[in-house]
Ligand binder design. Structure first.
Ligand code: CDP
Ligand code: MG
Length: 697
């Protein structure tokens, strides 16, 4: 062991040098463009180093002088956290010091933070407190090609801010695909910016030319000088063979698993990335792969299936970046998170189901679902590209070439297919009253705006002139939960159940990750769940779980283990609840915790019938638009009548009788629409708490 080189053993996970990334050649030209233009648009393949390197270049070039901060926004939380971890590692600092991240309910930054990764939604929220986002010298809107609702709203808001801070704010838009011109045209529309001479240490144009690198394109705005430029970082891409199915498959999850084994037994080394649509599919596939891999020849190379989706803890998400042990092939099963926002090295084979879960808002029913939708050609190309980063690869499309030809060219931006109520509430709180005239990069359909205004009005957030009400509307915008839950929380004091609603709000924002079981323990988990269950529905059941965890269970892992509960999720609920409580207290509302601190009132004892009724009435004040009536066949119809809704198998309303319910959210799987977190209500309450809404119909 004498000549064992310790430093070498520590380097492997510390990556190939950043100087080898495609972006490194463009460092000077990038800095020059950013120095001399208000807006710089950077396009380049995924993995070329945009997200991890640009903020470091900026920091080194002095953009963090005077205590200023560089913000990098991400549409996905997973990307914000994993990228921050990576950059902190590269800069050799502790996460939360020079490099940090901030996502809803989780702020890992400090006074020292110079590079901050955050979701675009959160940056918008910061604008409520600091309307010009004055602490930032550079704001990089990353993954702009995804065109998430928050990205689009943020772009409009940034354009306004830029008009007020033409000299000291720089905006970088980074995008994996070629929509760059759209972004530039957007910033050029009705805007002229004349920059003061560049700072003394700026790169000169001569230096730029002598490098011969970038070939920046400028687009003149109609009224004045160029507002921005486009720079393209061409990284090397290796050829990717595309293979299609000869005939369509009925079950792409099973087909994906089979393809994994075909690759594993017939192809050379290299990791596999599988695109599926959501947690359930991914868990099914992970399990199938583990089971079947056990049956492989004992001396064969092993398969290591790893899930990647939004509900995982940060720790679990980081596994996919680690190198697989020797003689092991990694199989990463991911939602479209891995399409562009995170880069995983070592992928040579991509299996593309051809589907992704996308938000879809139906203005007729007023319900927003996450619906499995065929991807666009742009997405399919992007997915295939993940196979050719380090050497030639293969992409297996689990659909026919003919169906590929029928795909849309590009995915419709979220602003054209989402519930706009949260976005409009935020815009109003930022003082942007005329939503129809707001400068969206792509305008939303007026129908969606109307529906959102109607809902906000019925919730009491807007008055007859569509102005934000005080204090209700303002407070709803400030609370970090969606408008229906915000309203529920703010109604709770008058029903005497604020403490309980805080717990329910925290539990529902976990997104259904509360129960946990190992293989073959499903029955036991079900019976554990029954211990907490109440007739009135899922919300109060969730409340029972929460209260049992914090009182009888003393917030301990042991208790969760015994009850098939997810300890991490419940710990997170405790933290979310504390944060929501702080918001509420900041409004000067006090929270009476008498009930939850009474140790004799835990499981099944949430305040008896009266308390339960108050809680459900209170939920109705926020969720009246999510009301449904049970049909004789056990399914539900929403109020508008059109949609057949099924109780989710994890819901108490599954196989039980109820007349009317309100529900938290809707999800679609296998062509069926499920409601999750539903509770019984009385029909009369709907008219009592939402007379306008039910009159409008
Ligand atoms: O943003 P872009 O897609 O252009 O690339 P990036 O995310 O900055 O990634 C640059 C390189 O960093 C990739 O090639 C990955 O090898 C590496 N990376 C990583 O290993 N782990 C992460 N969590 C993020 C990036
Ligand atoms: Mg990136």
């Amino acid at each position: 062991m004498a000549d064992f080189d310790i430093s070498a053993t520590f380097i492997p996970s510390l990556h190939k040098p950043a100087s080898l990334l495609p972006i490194a050649r463009h460092r000077q030209s990038l800095l020059y463009l950013i120095e001399t233009n208000p807006v710089t648009i950077v396009i380049g393949h995924t993995g070329s180093g945009k997200t991890t390197q640009i903020p470091q270049y900026l920091e080194q070039a002095g953009w963090c002088g005077d205590g200023k901060v560089i913000a990098v926004t991400q549409p996905r939380r997973v990307a914000a956290t994993t990228v921050a971890i990576r950059v902190a590692e590269e800069m050799g600092c502790k996460l939360g010091e020079e490099v940090g991240y901030s996502i809803r309910f989780e702020d890992v930054t400090s006074g020292k933070t110079r590079i901050k990764f955050l979701t675009d939604g959160l940056l918008l929220r910061e604008a409520l407190v600091d309307p010009l986002l004055s602490r930032y010298s550079v704001i990089m809107v990353d993954e702009a090609h995804e065109r998430s609702l928050s990205t689009d709203v943020l772009l409009g808001v940034l354009k306004k801010i830029l008009k007020r801070r033409p000299n000291d704010l720089r905006i970088i838009i980074s995008s994996a695909t070629l929509q760059a011109e759209d972004f530039l045209r957007f910033f050029g529309r009705d805007m002229t910016v004349q920059l003061k001479p560049a700072a003394p240490d700026a790169v000169t144009l001569d230096e730029l030319i002598s490098q011969g690198g970038a070939n920046p394109k400028s687009v003149d705005s109609t009224l004045g000088g160029p507002v921005g430029q486009i720079i393209s970082i061409e990284g090397r891409m290796f050829p990717v063979d595309i293979l299609y199915l000869e005939a369509p498959t009925e079950d792409y999850v099973e087909k994906a698993v089979q393809t994994v084994f075909d690759i594993h037994t017939q192809e050379l080394d290299g990791d596999i990335l599988v695109f599926l649509t959501g947690r359930e599919e991914i868990d099914t596939a992970v399990q199938a792969i583990s089971e079947r891999a056990a049956a492989l020849h004992p001396r064969a190379q092993t398969l290591m299936p790893l899930p990647l989706y939004a509900g995982l803890s940060t720790e679990q998400q980081m596994y996919v970046f680690e190198e697989a042990p020797e003689n092991t092939r990694k199989v990463i099963l991911s939602t479209n998170i891995a399409e562009a926002s995170v880069t995983i090295d070592g992928i040579v084979y991509v299996i593309d189901s051809g589907f992704a879960k996308l938000r879809a808002f139906n203005p007729l029913t007023g319900i927003e679902t996450l619906t499995s939708t065929p991807v666009s050609k742009a997405s399919a190309t992007q997915r295939a590209g993940r196979a050719g980063r380090t050497r030639p690869g293969k992409c297996y499309r689990l659909y026919t070439e003919a169906s590929y030809q029928l795909l849309e060219e590009a995915t419709v931006p979220e602003v054209q297919r989402s519930n706009l109520a949260p976005a409009i509430l935020q815009l109003k709180a930022l003082g942007i009253d005329n939503i129809v005239r707001f400068d969206f990069i792509t305008s939303p359909p007026s129908e969606l705006i109307t529906r959102a205004l109607e809902l906000l009005y019925s919730l009491g957030a807007l008055d007859d002139y569509a102005k934000l009400t005080r204090p209700l509307g303002i407070r709803m915008a400030e609370l970090a939960v969606e408008p229906m839950m915000a309203k529920t929380l703010l109604s709770a004091p008058s029903f005497g159940c604020l403490s309980e609603i805080l717990s329910i709000a925290a539990m529902t924002s976990l997104g259904g990750n509360i129960w946990f079981h190992h293989d073959g323990e499903k029955k036991k988990m079900e019976s554990a769940r029954r211990k907490f269950a109440v007739e009135e529905g899922d919300h109060i059941t969730l409340l029972n779980v929460y209260q049992a965890f914090v009182t009888k269970g003393k917030k301990e892992a042991r208790f969760c283990h015994d009850n098939y509960l997810n300890f991490k999720a419940l710990t997170r609920a405790v933290s979310i609840r504390a944060q929501l409580k702080r918001y509420i207290e900041r409004f000067g509302i006090s929270v009476d915790e008498a009930l939850s601190s009474n140790p004799n009132k835990h499981v099944l004892a949430v305040g008896g019938p009266d308390k339960s009724e108050q809680i459900r009435r209170c939920l109705t004040t926020g969720y009246f638009a999510h009301a449904a009536k049970m049909q004789p066949d056990g399914t539900f119809r929403n109020v508008a009548g059109g949609t057949v809704l099924h109780a989710h198998p994890s819901s108490l309303m599954f196989n039980r009788k109820a007349d009317w319910v309100v529900f938290h959210e809707v999800m679609e799987t296998g062509g069926k629409t499920y409601i999750r977190d539903a509770s019984r209500i009385e029909k009369g309450w709907l008219v009592e708490y939402a007379p306008e809404f039910y009159k409008i119909r």
